[in-house]
Design a protein around this ligand. Structure first.
Ligand code: UTP
Length: 241
């Protein structure tokens, strides 16, 4: 069996509570599991609420979308530095800011930590870019919900969770049939356009799980039990004959 190489994305939503305070106890609990985990090559963290606050302020000051994105990128890098601090010697000591830095930093055998790269995409795209460069076998996305639903579970109590879905089904769920995308700074969907393109051509498996569920984290990351059916798996479309 090939050895697993995992690239992890931590949604910025896991870091802040509704009043924008950093949830350090939660972060520490997640980090304890990450320190025990096997096979994590890189972690990418989102901007979360702090990014959205800065983006809103920049927009009010008439910043263009690229500059708004830059605020999001900087916020995610600040979160990445906090994660490096929490991970201690397990982490490569500086935030990875470009794909060009990855190969050399990977020689350290420590966990690489990154936030955003360039305007026009989300940290999910960065996650898939890094997963491709590192030849990862698995990408695990930690969010604040149990998986991918047919509609927003926070607004609709009757929302149904998918145990697995194909990339084209995922596109349907995210963009609907009208093909509308959401690509303003701070508002990229969990899978934005760039990430979907990389996902279609890549070889890694993707699973989205709830980062607040220590059982799911331990099962996948510490016990490396990928047979367990936590969250939602995104699978390749079957080739039509
Ligand atoms: P994300 O939207 O990816 O992180 O990045 P998030 O807010 O934590 O979202 P979830 O919780 O993972 O869904 C924050 C913002 O930073 C900019 C975008 O504006 C994005 O909305 N960004 C991030 C970029 O412009 N380029 C990048 O490579 C990454």
């Amino acid at each position: 069996m090939t050895k697993r190489k995992i690239v992890l994305k931590m949604g910025g939503s896991l870091l802040f509570d509704s009043s924008l305070s950093l949830q350090l106890t939660k972060l520490t609990k997640i980090v304890e599991i990450l320190q025990e985990a096997k096979n994590i090559a890189a972690i990418i963290i989102g901007g979360g609420k702090i990014a959205r606050k800065y983006i809103q302020a920049a927009r009010k000051l008439n910043a263009n979308e690229s500059l708004c994105d830059t605020f999001g990128i900087q916020a995610s890098r600040l979160n990445a530095l906090l994660l490096i601090t929490a991970l201690g010697p397990h982490a490569y000591p500086t935030v990875i800011t470009s794909p060009n830095d990855i190969s050399q930093a990977a020689l350290s055998q420590r966990i690489l930590v990154s936030g955003g790269f360039i305007p026009g995409q989300s940290t999910t795209s960065v996650t898939f870019q890094i997963a491709e460069i590192l030849d990862a076998t698995d990408v695990i996305i930690l969010t604040d919900v149990d998986g991918i639903y047919n509609k927003d579970p926070n607004k609709h109590p009757d929302a149904i969770k998918f145990d697995s879905l194909s990339i084209s089904e995922l596109e349907q769920v995210i963009y609907g049939t009208g093909g509308k995308t959401q690509a303003a700074a701070g508002e990229y969907r969990i899978f934005d356009a760039v990430s979907l393109q990389i996902l279609k051509r890549s070889g890694f498996r993707v699973r989205l799980i709830n980062g607040n569920d220590p059982n799911a984290l331990r099962t996948l990351l510490v016990q490396a039990n990928f047979e367990a059916s936590f969250g939602t798996a995104v699978v390749k479309d079957m080739k039509k004959k």
